[in-house]
Design a protein around this ligand. Structure first.
Ligand code: H79
Length: 680
């Protein structure tokens, strides 16, 4: 092909493909920059549900889901439109409260699952202009945000319990609202037209925060199309991962290989560790509900919220903290009080949050850290939650040469004494915290952060029957690992880690990093226990399969099935939900024996939606209780060859359902437990 033809096709490709699908990493970094630096935002859940304020027919447990959870018929709910008149609403006050709390952006519900639009929508009669209030709330907020330099963002629900074309109906609503003539594609077009209104009439919008994507009608193809559509309207906008269907439950991160949107959305959760290379934002309520609930007094404390913000920043995430305003248009007093407490801390310490990166330390016993690049070095922010008893703050494994340390809140920046030890630095802080919640210490060091974390000590299990093989690993460059097997601290004379070490009895293994003959990391220590396997059971008779009892009821946790009367009983080839008579609100208790071929440590896995638990004999091996989407929990147990009593219990509250029980062990790669090894 001639160069000219190649050029022509390249150009054609460029013109035909939307810019966002060929965005380079550098372009993405530019687009994400404000959001990554902002770190802290205000979530606002506001709509008609503020009027009942959580109460319906004497029950007071509801929030923004009230129409669904209390099964409020549509025409009943629609009456709230005529009552919505938040005369106390003052956009400037709201925005100022967010700003004073140290927040950089606001995400407000342009439309929640109930389908009510908080803005003047030409596409819907179910909007704020149909209320006595008749003011475009989002327009007033947009103006106030622009004035205060706050980025306005919209939460827009894909699920819609009001629009006639939206499908499916709620389970309980099927007889009440017909689906005749409903056309989901037409609903999607409606949603797109509303999004166009939101992206053209309110100035620059920072984020579109989708939600309610988990219903079966929403597909990956719809998600990709919607993402492209929104980026097409506003190329620089940021979109959360709930635009597609790749979110992994409430943990919120995008599942491997799925369409990601721009950031993960853990809900009411914080990832256990940082997630290098991923953008994410934890959203959280201050009490229990998102929408206003007048009886919800379950407030997190101000100090708790401050530490949560710091914890999230130390893991490289954003914090989106919610307020549910009242039907009068006011933030609850308890929310205002907490925003002020956070604001006071942020005013003195915000520098340690905005624009920072995740902690270079794996774990700090006394608190958290964040960091930033500075010319020729790194500025570490050390967030001291637990003040050291002797006033000495230890930075385990920090290899960089220190330049200067001082309290962030000290205008004089008086230097704190620094001592270099073998395995880190020690800062002399003095005897009293400057801030009872979180004192921030600034430590400037040379170069990019380098932390010698204690080496990993790796073995298949912490217990073994016969012997265990242990190996060592570290990611710190230019170091060697030395270890001992008697509980003592490894010195430079201790053996160097090489091929795996074989243990025959209970042993405490200690390992430490060395560089140039000197220890540079703290010591890692793990005890591996030699244990006796559980002796096999000897049931009198056995037939293939398991026995089961089937129950019905509404539970949020696994109930005590023994105390309940089963709806039915029987035998079954394996743990399956095939004998369930309902779609939701049911449970199973499976019992029998499992045959394991060899002595050894076995791992059992319970994957379920909602909760499940697996017991061998009386031991709980895998506990996956609670209401959740498909999620796996596992555990181990040492077993001798033969039959072992096994029990699996399960419950389904509502939504999706599923149960998968797997095992692995000596000679058995992880697999679902086959029918052939189950007996009763
Ligand atoms: O707007 C607030 C809540 O109203 C909304 N998201 C926050 C920001 C919310 N909707 N539902 N939920 C929270 C909980 C729903 C959980 C489930 Fe699922 C939906 C369980 C099963 C389907 C999420 C998706 C977890 C698994 C799949």
């Amino acid at each position: 092909m001639s160069l000219r033809i190649v050029l022509f096709f390249t150009l054609l490709l460029f013109v035909l493909c939307p810019a966002w699908s060929q965005e380079t990493a550098a372009q993405r970094d530019v687009r994400m920059q404000w959001w990554r630096e902002a770190r802290f935002g205000l979530f606002i859940h506001w709509g008609l549900y503020a009027i009942p304020a959580g109460e319906w027919e004497g029950k007071t447990e509801y929030g923004e889901w009230i129409r669904d959870r209390a099964r409020v018929p549509l025409d009943e709910y629609d009456k709230f439109v005529h009552q919505f008149n938040p005369t106390q609403f003052n956009a400037e006050e709201w925005v100022r409260m967010a700003k004073d709390a140290g927040m950089n952006y606001i995400v407000i519900t342009s439309k929640h699952h109930d389908g009510f639009s908080l803005f003047d929508s030409k596409e819907s009669e179910f909007d704020v202009m149909a209320t006595p209030f008749k003011r475009d709330i989002l327009l007033e907020l947009a103006k106030a945000c622009r004035k205060e330099g706050i980025t306005l963002c919209f939460y827009h629900s894909i699920m819609d319990w009001h629009h006639p074309d939206y499908l499916p109906r709620r389970e309980w609503e099927k007889g009440l609202r017909s689906t005749d003539g409903a056309d989901f594609n037409r609903y999607v077009d409606y949603m797109k037209r509303q999004l166009k209104e939101l992206l053209t009439n309110y100035g620059a919008i920072g984020v579109l925060w989708f939600d309610g994507e988990w219903e079966p009608t929403w597909t990956s193809a719809y998600g990709i199309d919607l993402y492209d559509y929104v980026r097409g309207l506003r190329p620089s906008i940021i979109i959360n991962n709930r635009v597609g269907i790749g979110r992994g439950g409430m943990g919120g991160m995008t599942k491997e290989g799925e369409f990601a949107g721009d950031f993960g959305t853990p809900e009411q959760e914080i990832p256990a560790t940082g997630l290098p290379g991923l953008d994410w934002e934890t959203c959280m309520t201050m009490n229990t509900h998102w929408g206003y609930n007048k009886n919800d007094y379950n407030w997190k404390s101000g100090p708790d919220l401050i530490r949560t913000l710091v914890d999230i920043a130390s893991k490289g995430g954003n914090y989106l903290l919610n307020v549910g305003p009242t039907a009068e248009g006011l933030f609850p007093d308890a929310s205002i009080e907490r925003l002020k407490q956070i604001g006071a801390w942020m005013k003195a310490n915000g520098e340690s949050i905005y624009g920072t990166k995740a902690s270079p330390f794996r774990n700090l016993s006394w608190g958290r850290s964040t960091h930033k690049r500075i010319p020729r070095g790194t500025r570490l922010y050390l967030h001291v939650f637990e003040w050291p008893a002797d006033g000495d703050l230890v930075l385990p494994g920090l290899l960089n040469s220190p330049k200067k340390a001082y309290f962030l809140s000290d205008p004089q920046k008086q230097s704190l004494p620094i001592t270099k030890k073998d395995d880190g630095l020690v800062l002399a802080l003095g005897s009293k915290p400057r801030d009872p919640v979180n004192t921030v210490v600034v430590l400037d060091v040379e170069g990019s952060p380098e932390v010698a974390s204690p080496p990993d000590i790796v073995s298949e299990h912490p217990v073994f029957l016969d012997f265990a093989e242990v190996s060592f690993a570290s990611e710190t460059r230019n170091t060697e690992i030395r270890y001992t097997l008697d509980g003592s601290v490894p010195t430079v004379q201790a053996p160097r880690a090489g091929s795996p070490v074989r243990l025959h009895g209970t042993t405490t293994v200690s390992a430490r990093l060395f560089r140039g003959g000197k220890p540079v990391s703290p010591v890692n220590r793990i005890t591996f226990m030699k244990v006796a396997g559980r002796p096999a059971d000897h049931p009198q008779t056995t037939q293939s399969g398991l026995s089961f009892s089937y129950y019905e009821g509404e539970w949020n946790m696994l109930p005590e099935f023994n105390a309940l009367r089963p709806i039915s009983r029987g035998s079954i080839t394996n743990v399956t939900l095939s004998q369930a008579k309902e779609e939701e609100h049911f449970g199973f208790d499976f019992r029998g024996y499992i045959r394991v071929p060899d002595d050894g440590v076995y791992t059992f896995y319970c994957e379920s939606d909602d909760g499940s638990r697996l017991l061998i004999g009386d031991s709980v091996v895998a506990d996956n209780d609670g209401r959740h989407a498909m999620r796996e929990q596992k555990g181990i147990i040492p077993l001798l060859a033969g039959l072992h009593a096994i029990r699996v219990i399960y419950f389904e509250q509502m939504g999706g359902q599923g149960l998968k029980v797997s095992y692995s062990g000596p000679g058995i790669v992880k697999q679902e437990i086959p029918d052939s090894v189950l007996f009763h």
